[in-house]
Design a protein around this ligand. Structure first.
Ligand code: ZN
Length: 269
């Protein structure tokens, strides 16, 4: 585990996914003071047995979304560092679900890119199907929050001039985890420090209070474009300080209270 895991600040309850050590089946677990309780029917399911110790469970990506919606240019300082301006409405794009990896899994730099960047972000996990949400009701559909690394092939993103699919869509380019802290345990999603460290050195240090479009407005906007479904994930944009990842790096994304998502970086073989 990382030195930077904020165990004292870890909020409960949360949901994780891990392989059942006895049967080898991938299961969702609710994590609280009693340990990890297996859930029948996935992250939204009911208790399926007694709690077990959290230690010894190898964490996987905590959710299995049907879609991953991402927001670009949602922190002014980050928009500036890439020579962009902030728009009147959120910049929306998608990452394929095949890009997902969990904590500890390698991020693979594709041979096609010479410039792979980290982007530390707050990720929102949707708990209810919803369309046309009003901003004042939008947070009611949030199941919980987790850390995300919106890994990006910056050279391909520049070359593709605003078409993000290739630069953002490679396998392993969406790291999520380590756990989804349930929404009720997050007092204010607009007051969370976000940090990215590479080899222990701080690269990004931001706070969700600096979002151009806060989470509620993002969810209202996205739900006006497409139906949000339970399990979907919305990445909310990255603060300033994005930079390169090379093989051998360990990259960590921490969001205050949500824990630390750590992944090694390797080159495609
Ligand atoms: Zn991003």
């Amino acid at each position: 585990m990382s030195d930077h895991v904020d165990s004292a600040a870890t909020l409960f309850p949360a949901v994780i996914r891990a392989r059942d050590p006895d049967t080898g089946t991938m299961l969702s677990y609710r994590v609280d003071e009693r340990g990890a309780t297996p859930l029948v029917g996935g992250p939204f399911g009911r208790d399926g047995g007694p709690p077990r110790p959290l230690e010894g469970l190898a964490l996987a990506c905590p959710v299995e979304p049907r879609k991953i919606i991402c927001i670009g240019r949602n922190y002014e300082e980050h928009a500036k560092e890439l020579g962009n301006t902030v728009g009147d409405v959120p910049t929306v794009f998608e990452k394929p679900v095949t890009s997902l990896v969990g904590p500890g899994a390698p991020i693979v730099r594709p041979a096609l890119s010479g410039e792979v960047h980290h982007e530390a972000e707050l990720a929102v996990v949707i708990g209810h199907n919803a369309s046309g949400l009003r901003e004042d009701e939008a947070l009611s559909v949030v199941f919980g929050y987790t850390c995300a690394n919106d890994v990006t092939a910056r050279d391909l993103q520049r070359a593709d001039k605003g078409r993000f699919t290739r630069a953002k869509g490679f396998d392993t380019f969406c790291a999520l985890g380590p756990r989804v802290v349930l929404a009720a345990a997050v007092a204010d999603p607009q007051a969370l420090a976000i940090t990215c460290r590479v080899q222990g050195a701080v690269r990004q240090q931001g706070n969700t209070r600096d979002m151009v479009f806060p989470v509620a407005r993002l969810l209202a906007y996205v739900s006006s474009l497409m139906r949000l479904e339970a399990g979907d994930v919305v990445l909310t944009g990255t603060p300033a300080g994005v930079g390169p990842l090379v093989a051998g790096d360990a990259v960590e994304v921490s969001v205050a209270g949500l824990g630390t998502l750590k992944n090694p970086v390797i080159n495609a073989s």
